[in-house]
Design a protein around this ligand. Structure first.
Ligand SMILES: Cc1cc2nc3c(=O)[nH]c(=O)nc-3n(C[C@H](O)[C@H](O)[C@H](O)COP(=O)(O)OP(=O)(O)OC[C@H]3O[C@@H](n4cnc5c(N)ncnc54)[C@H](O)[C@@H]3O)c2cc1C
Length: 391
């Protein structure tokens, strides 16, 4: 197993990181959690309103250059942000925020021209503009190299045609970080990332999708018919879009795993609390050794995930390639979140199956992590290749 030998490290938080943690936690408790039941019932949350408040609090664009509207903070703050977003009572909101901060904007911050960043990144950091990442298509999900959306150059403009599917923030987004084919080379060659403003003629929301979970997050199918976008909206190098998106996926996977840790840690605490108060067979349920051991066993795995997350964050802070650790974390987190959600529901009994109890929504929401942002099997495919388990 050649490249596995990344020495173990973890992030040491400063007093400032801890202050930041307290601010995010207070924001979630005060401005998000009281509203999520209403947003879940509505099937959408008010992205512009919430993002403007998150932007004013300085929570969006943490690591981006202050000249581009960011906070100039280190990746430790992103780790803290993710862990605390795990305290949101609906993953749909946490996911939507992380699309804005770590899925739709990293490439623009890394490779965008100053003019493009001023026009699109700075408003996203202020929360005045909602961003979305548009990669997946009806015929290209796991296999990104199969995508068909095409941008053909006409003078200083791209003319864009195609369809994007399952786009988070899709009905509310002001602009998309969109991956399209810009040459005939085929496969993973000849793609480019393009900022596509959604108010351009020819961009339409063809469907708002109904989902098992993450119900307050708007997920859409988007259609593009002869959409004209300046070539100057290309992020980075024309033809390098696939490679840039693969790097952006690492940020996506890291924050998703930071959030998942927060969710699982909280879910185990809440379940233990319930078992301390619920009595059966003459004693609190928590007195049952089977329940204690199941919780302890899951807590050990959740702690192990946190160590991988922190090792990955530390590696990122050191400017190293985090592909392997982010892939390990994503595989572990996707699988573990399902088991934690199922066990927490089980230990709540009939109450756990009721919509009024947090466990029901958590079970639905937790199912996504093993699919979105690269399915478990795609993580295994990457690991098998990196570790030399291939012919
Ligand atoms: C709620 C939600 C939000 C999303 N948000 C976004 C977004 O904002 N932007 C965006 O671009 N995309 C988004 N996606 C898309 C998501 O990233 C894809 O669904 C995911 O990458 C899987 O692609 P697919 O659905 O086409 O599955 P497919 O590619 O059809 O794969 C189906 C299944 O086949 C298996 N499989 C696939 N490849 C392999 C393999 N090599 N070996 C073995 N088994 C394999 C896996 O079990 C996989 O789940 C979202 C999806 C959902 C459900």
């Amino acid at each position: 197993m050649a490249p596995a030998a990344v020495p173990f490290r973890s992030v040491r938080f400063s007093a400032e990181h801890e202050q930041f943690r307290a601010s995010v936690r207070a924001f979630v408790a005060r401005e998000i959690n009281p509203c999520v039941d209403e947003w879940e019932a509505a099937g959408v949350f008010p992205a512009h309103d919430l993002f403007a408040r998150l932007g004013a609090a300085g929570f969006l664009g943490l690591e981006y250059d202050p000249g581009d509207g960011g906070q100039g903070a280190d990746h430790g703050y992103t780790l803290v942000l993710g862990e605390e977003l795990g305290g949101i009572d609906a993953n749909g909101v946490a996911m939507a925020i992380s699309v804005q901060t770590d899925m739709a904007t990293p490439s623009l911050a890394r490779f965008g021209t100053p003019a493009l960043k001023a026009r699109y990144l700075a408003p996203a950091c202020r929360g005045e503009a909602v961003a979305a990442i548009a990669v997946t298509e009806p015929d290209a999900g796991s296999d990104v190299a199969g995508l068909r959306t095409r941008a053909v150059r006409d003078g200083d403009e791209w003319v864009l045609n195609g369809t994007k599917l399952y786009i988070t923030n899709g009905t509310q987004a002001d602009w998309l970080c969109l991956l399209a084919r810009t040459s005939e080379e085929g496969g993973h060659r000849g793609m480019s990332q393009i900022v596509v403003p959604t108010d351009r003629p020819g961009v339409t929301v063809s469907r708002k999708l109904d989902k098992l979970g993450n119900r307050c997050s708007d997920t859409a199918e988007l259609a593009f018919v002869d959409v004209r976008v300046p070539v100057a909206n290309t992020i980075g190098e024309i033809g390098r879009g696939f490679q840039q998106q693969m790097a952006q996926f690492q940020n996506e996977r890291m924050i998703a795993c930071y959030i998942a840790w927060g969710q699982m840690h909280r879910a185990l605490d809440r379940t233990a609390e319930h078992l301390k108060h619920r009595r059966a067979f003459g004693e609190p349920l928590i007195a049952n050794q089977h329940l204690q051991y199941e919780l302890a066993s899951l807590a050990a795995e959740v702690e192990a995930l946190r160590q991988v997350n922190h090792g990955c964050a530390d590696s990122y802070l050191a400017g190293e390639d985090t592909t392997r650790l982010a892939t390990v974390a994503k595989l572990l987190a996707g699988r573990l979140n399902r088991r934690v959600a199922d066990t927490c529901l089980q230990f709540h009994g009939g109450l756990g199956y009721m919509e009024e109890t947090w466990t029901a929504r958590y079970l639905r929401d937790a199912r996504l992590l093993g699919i979105g942002g690269g399915a478990d099997e795609v993580m295994l495919r990457t690991l098998a290749r990196l570790d030399g388990f291939t012919p």
